[in-house]
Ligand binder design. Sequence first.
Ligand code: ADP
Ligand code: ADP
Length: 221
Amino acid sequence: MIQLQNIEKVYRTSTVETLALSSISLDVAKGEFLSIMGPSGCGKSTLLNIMGLLDAPSKGQIKIGDQKTENLSDKQLANFRNQKLGFIFQSYHLINDLQVLDNVELPLLYRNSTAKERKALASEALAKVGLANRMKHFPNQLSGGQKQRVAIARAIVGRPEIILADEPTGNLDSAMGNEIMDILMQLNQNDGTTIVMVTHDENMAHKTHRLIRLFDGSQVQ
Ligand code: ADP
Ligand code: ADP
């Protein structure tokens, strides 16, 4: 589902060059739940951003499904991301002055759907994460675990084939973290969604199908 070939990423500024990833090759199968671990600064977020087509590699190829991505324009990339990928972040990235339902509808604004269709899909996504009763709340009226569930609803509302999650339980206590992990495992098992998750938590990582470890920009396991 995701194929990375010889990915290298160098961050260049006028004064420094950082080799963030070197020769990473990785295949994530359709329906797989993969976790990525490694110390701070080893390149985990960079790798996830490259898989999510949010950032381009300095070298190497990325294929998502049957689509080679290197020749796509920025607009094509944005469309492709919107259709295929859902993102979840450690700090939720919700818009605080929009109600929960409106936050969840956001990815659908880039598609040709009516307000009624958007509302129906967003309600369905919220029901799936157990938040049907919080549609009119604002994010700051929710607990951390509930905010992350809203973020998951927003990630799945467009029915993406792939979810990329960057430390989705990093800001949560272990009970809420487990709830989030249960939801991700259900999406993987019931809907066949391919999931790649960066985590610092060995317990979470061991619940997934496969764990890879990065050290200093290279895959070590
Ligand atoms: P991790 O997610 O494992 O903590 P990152 O992928 O964020 O690691 O960072 C990998 C390396 O790349 C680090 O050395 C970091 O300092 C560097 N880096 C990350 N983003 C940038 C950037 N935008 N500009 C320059 N260096 C960066
Ligand atoms: P938790 O114990 O999970 O951290 P909280 O104690 O933060 O949850 O919240 C308990 C419930 O009250 C939650 O379901 C949340 O939606 C609701 N809630 C919390 N703060 C507010 C608020 N300012 N306005 C409305 N509802 C709120």
